[in-house]
Each structure stands twice: as C-alpha cells, then as structure tokens.
Design a protein around this ligand. Structure first.
Ligand SMILES: Nc1ncnc2c1ncn2[C@@H]1O[C@H](COP(=O)(O)OP(=O)(O)OP(=O)(O)O)[C@@H](O)[C@H]1O
Ligand SMILES: [Mg+2]
Length: 291
C-alpha cells in the first residue's frame, strides 16, 4: 500500500483533483487507503470539504481509511480542526498520530467573522439559520453580496435536501480570504446529472454533461419539468453570483466543470474542466467571489 501524499503547498480543488487522479487505481482497488498530509500543507476550504466527502464515502463503502499527519498539532491539523473537519469525519477513519484532543470548531464556534465552520446540512435545521450565517460573513464585506449570498446558499442547500437522497451528510462551509471568499456546498448523494438527465426531453440525449450544466445554470432545467416554477434555483444562483464575478465550480461523479462569468452568461473555462476523474458521488458546488 503506497501512501497518497499531499505536498507542502496550497491544495486548491485543482491540486486535489491532480493528487486523486494520480492515485485513482489505488483508491479504487485497494482495501486500505492511506493518506499522508505533510505538516505545512495548506487546504483551501473547497478542497478540504470535497476531501471530507470523499473519505466519508470511501469509509461508508467499507474501505479502511487512514490519514497520517506525521506529528500532533501541525499547522494543517490546526486549520482542519478549526474548520470542524475532524467533527465530521466518519468514526471508522483512523487519524495518526491521534485525533485532536478537542474540537477547535466547537470551542471557537461562530467567533471568527471571516469563516463559517463546516456545517452539516440536514432537513431539520431551521431553514434560515445556515444560509443566514453564511451570508452574514459576506454581508460584512459587501451588503449587496450578503443579500445575494443568502439566496444562493438557500437554493443550494434546498437542492441538497430536495434532490440528493443522500445517506451520508452533506456540508457547507465558507472561508473569506484577502480579496475573495470561497463557499462550498457538497453532498454525497445522487449527482445533479443523475437526477436530471433521465427526466430531460429526448432532444438532450446527445448533449454533453457540460452543455447540460451550462443550460441548467443559464436557462434553467429541472427534474420536475412541467411543474410550473421549478428549475429556477440554479439560474437564480448564477444570476446573483454573476453580479459579483463569482467563479463557479461544479464537481460531479467523474467530471468537473469550471464556469466563469462572461458578459451575460457562464462559460466553461475548458482549461480547468476535466473528465474521467476519480469517482466521487454527489454534487459539489463552490463559488469563488471577488470581494
Ligand atoms: N444537490 C443536488 N443533488 C442532485 N440533483 C440536483 C442537486 N441540485 C440540483 N439538482 C438537479 O438539478 C435540477 C435543477 O435544480 P434547480 O435548483 O435549478 O431547480 P429545481 O430544484 O428543480 O427547482 P426550484 O429550485 O426552482 O424549486 C434539479 O431538478 C435536480 O435534478
Ligand atoms: Mg432547486
């Protein structure tokens, strides 16, 4: 069993895909998957949450997962602990040398105005609580962005609850950086195209995944087609995000589409769109707002 090593560098979602792609055979075929995260590795929030969803899926599939941080209290462990990563990982996952003694996310919960710790998406939470908390962070940077963000998060969270049928938890998190803010909503259920494609009219049979995604964000498509008013959620998100030059990243089963706002629509940035990636179940949508 070869360890899958995260280098001492910023791990954005691009880098994460590269690491997972190179380890694809081992992750799919081996019973025991061992990750090694070097002390000065730095995760961007979207990569951390997608990694969290992936390892929880692998553990649920019966694989033995271990993550070795080398020594206790490394910088990367501190960051992940602060974001609540260890609160949400499957209990069967082995953390080396040891799980942190306490959860920094619980101790410092809601005390930092530039982030929202990883939060579980469940149908029981108060409807406005989670989108409200996510939007408040952005509101502090820009009032209008805060308002738009409230709508965007509400739609994304609604979709996880309404469409994903996941048995594994979905998550949302936000981190604000110097000139940007990244938010991720990630679920491990049926992916967007899995729920949508079978319900589309025949004329979409030959359409590529990217074409369908672009049309879903641009014009609106819904698995509840025919029901008036459905299919507006993601177009509303796109319309609002465009006003803040929000780059949009959609990670589905084996595909990733990077959409950038141009004049009046989102256009795929083909340099950062990939197929044949390591399969990860569910829908993982992140926005990167300039603010
Ligand atoms: N998290 C998700 N998991 C699975 N499928 C999803 C998810 N999010 C969106 N979808 C699919 O994408 C389609 C479009 O979503 P969108 O939010 O735009 O419309 P809707 O949810 O069907 O209707 P509305 O949001 O207007 O009530 C959905 O009908 C569903 O098939
Ligand atoms: Mg919706």
């Amino acid at each position: 069993m070869q360890p899958i090593t995260f280098p001492e560098a910023w791990i954005n979602s691009d880098k994460l895909e590269g690491i997972l792609w190179r380890a694809k055979a081992a992750i799919q075929d081996d019973k025991h998957v061992h990750f090694e995260i070097l002390p000065s590795t730095k995760f961007l929030i979207d990569a951390a949450v997608i990694f969290l969803s992936l390892i929880n899926q692998l553990a649920a599939d019966g694989k033995l997962i271990s993550i070795d941080f080398g020594t206790e209290d490394t910088v990367v462990m501190g960051y992940l602990n602060r974001m609540g990563f260890f609160d949400h990982i499957d209990q069967r996952i082995v953390i080396l040398p040891a799980r942190p003694d306490f959860s920094a996310a619980q101790v410092f919960n809601k005390s930092n105005p530039t982030l929202v710790e990883i939060v579980k998406i469940t149908p029981n939470v108060d409807d406005d609580e989670l989108p409200g908390r996510l939007a408040d962070v952005l509101q502090a940077k820009d009032k209008k962005l805060g308002k738009a963000a409230f709508t965007i998060f509400g739609e994304l969270i609604d979709n996880v609850i309404g469409h994903s049928s996941s048995t594994i938890d979905g998550y949302a998190a936000l981190q604000s950086y110097k000139d940007s803010a990244v938010v991720i909503v990630s679920d491990s259920g049926k992916g967007l195209l899995e729920t949508l494609r079978p319900k589309l009219p025949k004329r979409y049979a030959q359409a590529s995944d990217t074409d369908i995604l672009v049309e879903t964000f641009d014009k609106g498509l819904s698995r509840h087609r025919g029901k008036s008013g459905r299919g507006c959620g993601l177009t509303t998100c796109a319309r609002k995000a465009k006003q803040f030059h929000g780059k949009l990243l959609v990670r589905l089963s084996e595909t990733r589409v990077n959409l950038i706002p141009s004049d009046d629509k989102y256009t795929p940035d083909t340099a950062y769109c990939y197929d044949n990636l390591l399969p990860i179940r569910g829908t993982h949508i992140s926005f990167d707002f300039i603010c």
